[in-house]
Design a protein around this ligand. Structure first.
Ligand code: ZN
Length: 233
């Protein structure tokens, strides 16, 4: 669904929201969680996303101040947040979102490539080489593509990993670089497998049912830059 046109509206009755109904969290509380026109319940997901996005931007502002890095990461991780909730609900990762995530990831890469070697080391890619961010494509996008092709060859199907997950790993890999991306993939695979086992044991899924992998990639991408294990690199 476009976020530009039609403007923000109630999905139940289609009424376009008034300015006073567009204030994050406040409007939800003022309307007591229901549409102002048709009184249809607004999903709890909406204020949850607003709260998470606000917390994310506040965290990044405290970390970077009002800077290039702040703007890049704020846009990048907000898009990942959208990917998380859309994949959980719809079992798909929309291409336009992946393309939008490419913009801040490519901007951060471009800035790293053009910076002086000393600034590059401070940039968080664990390498002063101008092309270092490209290495982030190896443990994610390239590895997943390899698994995808192997599955096609061996099992004659592509149900092992989704194309959306492979595409998502391109901006994630560029943003995180080699080591953080490796950690993000490790976290995503571990959490995904664990969740799969729990769901099967709980009888919510059968052994052959697909489970969304995108949300675990998002969790990995959020967690990897925060874990302080990079001093060795
Ligand atoms: Zn309505």
């Amino acid at each position: 669904m476009s976020i530009v046109s039609p403007r923000s509206h109630c999905p139940a009755c289609g009424t376009v929201l008034k300015a006073s109904e567009l204030v994050p969290l406040v409007s939800y509380a003022a309307l007591r969680g229901r549409c102002g026109t048709c009184r249809e319940r607004i999903p709890l997901r909406d204020p949850l996303v607003e709260a998470l996005c606000g917390a994310l931007w506040a965290f990044l502002f405290l970390r970077y101040g009002f800077s290039f890095s702040f703007f890049c990461d704020a846009v990048f991780f907000s898009i990942l947040l959208a990917v998380f909730f859309i994949d959980v609900e719809w079992l798909r990762i929309p291409n336009p979102l992946v393309l939008c995530a490419m913009l801040p990831a490519a901007a951060a890469f471009g800035r790293h490539a053009l910076a002086s070697p000393l600034l590059r080391l401070r940039g968080g890619y664990q390498s002063a080489h101008p092309l270092a961010p490209l290495l982030g494509l190896i443990p994610g996008a390239a590895l997943f593509l390899l698994i995808y092709l192997c599955a096609l060859l061996i099992y004659r199907n592509n149900r092992v990993i989704g194309m959306g997950d492979i595409k998502l790993m391109i901006p994630v890999g560029l943003r995180l670089g080699l080591w953080q991306c490796l950690l993000a993939v490790f976290l995503a695979v571990s959490l995904g497998a664990l969740t799969g086992i729990v769901l099967i044991l709980a009888g919510k899924k059968k052994r052959r049912d697909p489970i969304q992998f995108g949300p675990f990639i998002v969790i990995g991408a959020f967690a990897a830059p925060l874990l302080p294990i990079w001093t060795f690199a």
